[in-house]
Design a binder for this molecule. Structure first.
Ligand SMILES: [Zn+2]
Length: 316
């Protein structure tokens, strides 16, 4: 996540558009093909893949297989995919970049994926962008004409994406914690910040948002003795039939999350981080969870008071 660059664009033809960029490793390109459409059923959801003309670094079957695997992994996290149709529009491009954006198209959620000719199947499967965009697909677009709440969706996609991929085996637990501990300070408020609703820097939008959801997850687990987590929040939001094409008021999201967990954790953390400049106590979190950075790599202390919570956050 430390190299993640993203920005929210104003809607032109669609209600919601999110753009995310990443770099991947160098590979050979495949032949140019004609524009074509492919379809696959995952659980009870339909994956539609529209591929534009140009060179890709993997064949159509490999591309659909990789996208389907990401969608299955998200379904495994949710328990059941909360959407019945996902369309991915793939535009072949140059280089090794994977760029993603998600918006509400005329016929439903659409992930726009620009794939460099240097991206092969392994690089795509090991990358974060597709999972990040699919999380945008499944989560409500908040009523947000002033972009006040961009951090909510970006933070959620940023926090949950590595959790989904660790469960799927495409990311290690050590890498997840290494990236979280290394990147988290970028989410901390600085002098002059006015809370996540009003301070819209890149660091506060992505890392501040990710820390918000991390704190929600941690507090839910602590206060319910591990019976509830932010996954219950996500499941409840998904079960309400929302997705990127459905705008909710922020109050409905908070009420739905609190009702699903039988707590006030979501509202409480929102009041603290969205509306004030209060900083989370990162050092205390890492200490009680038993995780630290040593020369740029995560180390774990299974004797820490909440080491079991740390393990549960990436596995249950
Ligand atoms: Zn995003």
């Amino acid at each position: 996540m430390t190299h993640r660059l993203a920005r929210r664009l104003s809607a032109v033809l669609a209600a919601t558009l999110v753009v995310c960029l990443a770099l991947v490793s160098r590979v050979a390109a495949r032949d140019t093909g004609k524009a074509r459409e492919l379809r696959e059923t995952i659980d009870r959801a339909t994956l539609e893949v529209a591929i534009g003309r140009g060179r890709l670094g993997l064949d159509d079957a490999g591309l659909v297989h990789s996208l389907a695997a990401s969608l299955r992994a998200l379904g495994a996290y949710y328990g059941k995919l909360p959407v019945d149709r996902v369309r991915v529009a793939v535009t072949p491009t140059h280089g090794r970049q994977i760029n993603g954006s998600t918006r509400c198209g005329v016929s439903g959620p659409v992930v726009h994926l620009s794939l460099g000719a240097g991206v092969d199947a392994k690089a795509l499967q090991n990358d974060w962008v597709v999972t990040h965009e699919l999380l945008h697909v499944t989560f409500t677009s908040l009523d947000d004409e002033a972009d006040t709440f961009t951090w909510v969706g970006e933070g959620l996609a940023s926090y949950v994406e590595p959790l989904v991929r660790v469960r799927a085996g495409t990311l290690t637990e050590a890498t997840l914690w290494t990236e979280l501990l290394a990147g988290a300070p970028q989410g901390l408020p600085e002098a002059g910040d006015r809370g996540l609703n009003r301070t819209h820097t890149w660091g506060r939008t992505y890392w501040g948002g990710a820390l918000f959801w991390f704190e929600v997850d941690l507090l839910l687990r602590e206060r319910t003795a591990g019976h509830a987590s932010m996954r219950d929040v996500l499941r409840a939001v998904g079960a309400a039939g929302t997705n990127v094409c459905v705008d909710w008021p922020i109050e409905r999201l908070l009420a739905t999350g609190d009702a699903a967990t039988g707590t006030h954790v979501l509202s409480e953390v929102y009041a603290r981080r969205a509306l004030t400049n209060a900083a989370p106590e990162l050092a205390d979190w890492w200490k009680k969870l038993g995780v630290a950075l040593d020369h740029g790599h995560a180390t774990f202390d299974d004797g820490a008071p909440e080491a079991a919570t740390r393990r549960a956050m990436t596995s249950d």
